[in-house]
Design a protein around this ligand. Structure first.
Ligand code: ADP
Ligand code: BMX
Ligand code: ZN
Length: 289
């Protein structure tokens, strides 16, 4: 059986073919459309899937947003060009004629990481620091999705009551501070208008403001990790996403976590599946593994 896996993020869309042996083949990426229309997302998905048509038996989607009964609901509409509601599985079933499963991107990634670690850690939490900050919780070897798909949305817990308003409507969410968008939104002066990727490269060149913004993100993330440890007593926290996997970021989170009391310390790991965790997790879930 071959799965056509799709990852829908706030910044990029990715597809690949994944066989039962979990080899990722023919990976392709496209930027997530900035237009606020469902038509634009549908067209982008169609473009991405077209070269792989007829080569898979089923579709597995890992997508940003709350996935409820196959539809995508944005918790933070800013992350998805204002798209509030999108019939995800229905759209892919129409495009491909194949049975389709959809799951939240960070939930899927948590499952891939649990699998990649050989089930050694029965209680594991995955956090993606990317366009937003997403999370997935594996508890006692089971992936938590929640009755309405909201389980694990750790980016929308409190980092700072005086912090910026988050796109979800709450004040001071971790996502509003630590995410790629949160980092970019706080940039001023010479860095105003730069994206997180540019801010990381400026920090590497010695820019003090850039470095401060990255520290601010890592500090908020470390506090989130401590909260997660207190809530789940997980054995490890796996960090993914392009910000989470950026050089030096995990070490900074470790540095700030070490400043928390010992009870909140937990092993931090970089995502073993790197940027394919969402794709692989969705494929594993559709295979029933
Ligand atoms: P998505 O959110 O679509 O899953 P990513 O995981 O790539 O996508 O996260 C996108 C965010 O990561 C953007 O804010 C982007 O600026 C930032 N980013 C991309 N590449 C890097 C990098 N090499 N270093 C730091 N940040 C990066
Ligand atoms: C947001 C939320 C989560 C998602 C997380 C990471 C939306 C559209 N998304 O908190 O569902 O898991 O971002 O998403 O409300 P990414 O785009 O950064 O990968
Ligand atoms: Zn929020």
């Amino acid at each position: 059986m071959t799965t056509l896996a799709i990852d829908i993020g706030g910044t990029k869309l990715a597809t690949a073919l994944i066989d039962n042996n979990l080899q990722v083949r023919e990976r392709r990426e496209l930027p997530t459309p900035v237009s606020k229309t469902p038509q634009a997302l549908r067209a982008a998905l169609q473009t991405l899937v077209a070269p792989l048509q007829g080569r898979a038996n089923r579709v597995a989607i890992a997508s940003t947003g709350i996935i409820r009964e196959g539809a995508l609901l944005a918790l933070n509409p800013h992350n998805l060009g204002g798209l509030m509601h999108f019939p995800l599985t229905q759209t892919l079933e129409q495009i491909t004629g194949l049975p389709t499963l959809a799951v939240n991107d960070a939930q899927a990634a948590a499952w891939a990481e649990y699998y990649a670690l050989g089930g050694e850690y029965r209680d594991l939490v995955f956090i993606t620091v990317s366009t937003g900050v997403g999370g997935g919780v594996v508890s006692g070897g089971k992936l938590l999705t929640g009755v309405g798909g909201l389980a694990g949305h750790l980016g929308h817990t409190l980092a700072d009551p005086h912090g910026p308003v988050c796109g979800c409507g709450r004040v001071g969410c971790v996502e509003a501070i630590a995410s790629g968008r949160g980092i970019a939104a706080a940039a001023e002066g010479a860095l105003a208008g730069c994206d997180a990727k540019t801010i990381f490269s400026r920090a590497g060149q010695g820019d003090e403001q850039a470095s401060r913004l990255i520290h601010r993100s890592a500090r908020a993330l470390a506090r989130l990790v401590a909260d997660v440890k207190a809530t789940t007593d997980c054995q490890c926290v796996v960090i993914g996403g392009s910000v989470g996997l950026a050089e030096g970021y995990l070490a900074l989170v470790e540095h700030y976590l070490a400043q928390e009391p010992w009870a909140y310390h937990v092993e931090l790991l970089a995502a073993h599946c790197r940027h394919d965790a969402g794709l692989l997790g969705a494929a594993l879930l559709v295979q029933g593994e």
